[in-house]
Design a protein around this ligand. Sequence first.
Ligand SMILES: CCCCCCCCCCCCCCCC(=O)SCCNC(=O)CCNC(=O)[C@H](O)C(C)(C)COP(=O)(O)OP(=O)(O)OC[C@H]1O[C@@H](n2cnc3c(N)ncnc32)[C@H](O)[C@@H]1OP(=O)(O)O
Length: 726
Amino acid sequence: MTGYVEVLLLFAVLYWFLYPRTHRMVDVLSARLQDLYTKWESRSEPRLVQQANSQILSYGGLRRYGHQERLQKRALAREASRESKLGDLLEIKEEPWQLDLNMEKRPFMGLCCNNCTSNSRNSAVAKVHQEQGLRNILLVDAQDSGNNFLTRKFCHLSTVYQLKKYEYPQLALTVVKDEQLRQVIEAAAKDDYSKIGEEDDEVYKGILQGHEARATKILYDMRSTLSDFLLRVTSWLLYKLLPRFLTSVVAHPAQVQMLIKASNTGLPLIFLPMHRSHLDYILISFILLNNNIRSPLVAAGDNLRIPVFGWLLRGLGAFFIKRRMDPVQGRRDTVYRAVLHTYMMACLRAGHNIEFFIEGGRTRTGKACLPKGGLLSVIVDAYMDGTIEDALLVPVSVNYEKLVDGNFVREQLGQPKQMETFWKAIRSIWSVLNSNYGMMRIDFNQPFSLRELVRSFHACNKSKLHTSVPDSGGGGDSPLQSVPSENPKPIKSLHTVPSSASLYGTDIMVEEHRLIVESIARHIVYDCSSSTAVMSTNAVAFLLLNRFRNGVIMDKLVEAMEKLKKDLFYAGRDFGFTGDMVDVINHACDLLGPGLVRRERVIKSRDESVVMVRPFTMVPNVIELSYYSNVLLSHFVLDSVVVTALYSLLSADPNPPAMVGSYQVLPFTEEQVQQFALDLCEVLQFEFIFTQPCRQLETAIEDVLTQFRYKEILLCSEVCHVYSPV
Ligand SMILES: CCCCCCCCCCCCCCCC(=O)SCCNC(=O)CCNC(=O)[C@H](O)C(C)(C)COP(=O)(O)OP(=O)(O)OC[C@H]1O[C@@H](n2cnc3c(N)ncnc32)[C@H](O)[C@@H]1OP(=O)(O)O
């Protein structure tokens, strides 16, 4: 025992001695490199006067700087609250920048696809007044004169007390007795028994009992124990805690109205959010609960089943799943799959709403991940085999001005993910509570009918595949106008019916079923990323990294932001910033911090100076900055592909292009550009979803070219003319 203590002490001393030194060494090297880079970069630029806070930082330095910043911010906040008592005028001046929630005209995002779910799009659910402003859901209006003193004084308590009460049935017992699950367990036992090669009933019984015990354990580890009481207590706690680190949580009341209408249909709602942070599921449940919508059961990776928090999450709706179905490669864990499948089916039958993160985890890069089809296939299956008559799918987009769970720089640099532990969770919660993350925005897309979508995909696939798969319910309501053209796959022969085709189905999956699930999943991810509101930090990071990598003066950045905002507005994208653009940019720079973006005063002449904004373009800082910028990738990806195709064709031509006025004459046709762009899309198909699966990629590229012509970037006759400002 004393030996262990000695070894521990030795390690502690070594750690204490070496850790700061190694860090300092890395810091010095990193600072030198950055110094060199900045000098080299600024050789031809005006003299800069660095502000006191614009030091050059390394990764370790960045963390220490963050800590100092927080301390400084707290001191400033104390000072501000003291000053605010001095008078109203001061209060107005000191108030931080806020999003104007009542802005009249903002695009209404998230309507479902007109191609494949036109009925859902025009349904009663969609009939809400769409031009309402946004709402900060953290504000509870209890000052109504009808409210008594106690309600006004304890408004959060009274809000959670008045919430609608739902029954959340516990289903473990039902699942254990399920006949289909029994059959899978017996089949697994027979399989193992046949491998032993002896004929002994006792041995078989032993194997069977082993499988039964395992299935029960899996089920009890997995099940949710969603409790109305725990939800209310947590909701009250969240009202108190969220404003400590978020200035606002903004949602669109019209979208919430659509959800309320959808939940009144009695059909299960399947929430499919994009995953950015651990706050996502907390806030989704929080908003649903406080709008009297039944809280969903949420699929959580079993890495979150940690002491205390695991129990809490389970009580708040989490059901725990393995992140990998079959940990042993080449061996299907049929019993596990069957338990998960049966549990989810039972939940749907019992009227639970379900939520899962279709990307399978948090995005590390800021851009959407390609979807996972496992859990979605169970939902589709439940509809196909008649377990549920229909379900309403609700894609959800979330975005943060500043990412709450820190950054993913470590992992982006190739280091393994650190597993969640109790103490790590406590530390992160503490650090979150003492920081400022600005605004969070959440957009619930319009709910659409799974039945309508499946019928649409069926109708178009049927003509393509000529399979014997039975149609689960008549003709298509809104047949797709074109076939899914991304990732065409070789068609396998079909042997089985859809109802056994998902998680624990036969070895050979019905290819059409797989295609349908994949198309739905891709559609949802596409819809979510196109309806993600662009935050101030996204726009600033995007412009700095893609247009002004060497820095830009504030006036020019303001102009570019205005232009970007206008472009986004016309493309139907909403943004999480309003008002004076200089304030917006300063607010974004404050949130990003001096480790990612620097503001410096540059002396132009004796009595004229301008503010210069510069991004940090060195690793690791640039990785974090690009996380924010990448939110806009989905918006520009196809444009970029087409432009890259144009440039590639141009550079492949040995002769310099002829000029007509301010246009270069390019010696190739629009079809050539289109073909090149299609080839590029094929190369990048595992990085991006370029268009909805119900739309031909060719058509989408054609649309980009039309847009370019409309903006007079491109003129097309027999040959292309590219606009080139001389
Ligand atoms: C008021 C206050 C409230 C506070 C309130 C708090 C809320 C309290 C909740 C906490 C909640 C925490 C939430 C944390 C957030 C996460 O932990 S996110 C991580 C966990 N969630 C997910 O991953 C969900 C999405 N993932 C999936 O669906 C994945 O498919 C699975 C099920 C995890 C499996 O992944 P995988 O092992 O990598 O395998 P995958 O390639 O996807 O395929 C598996 C099988 O699925 C089926 N499948 C896959 N694709 C298809 C297809 N296209 N068609 C048909 N079948 C398919 C097949 O059977 C396939 O097997 P094979 O035939 O290929 O052998």
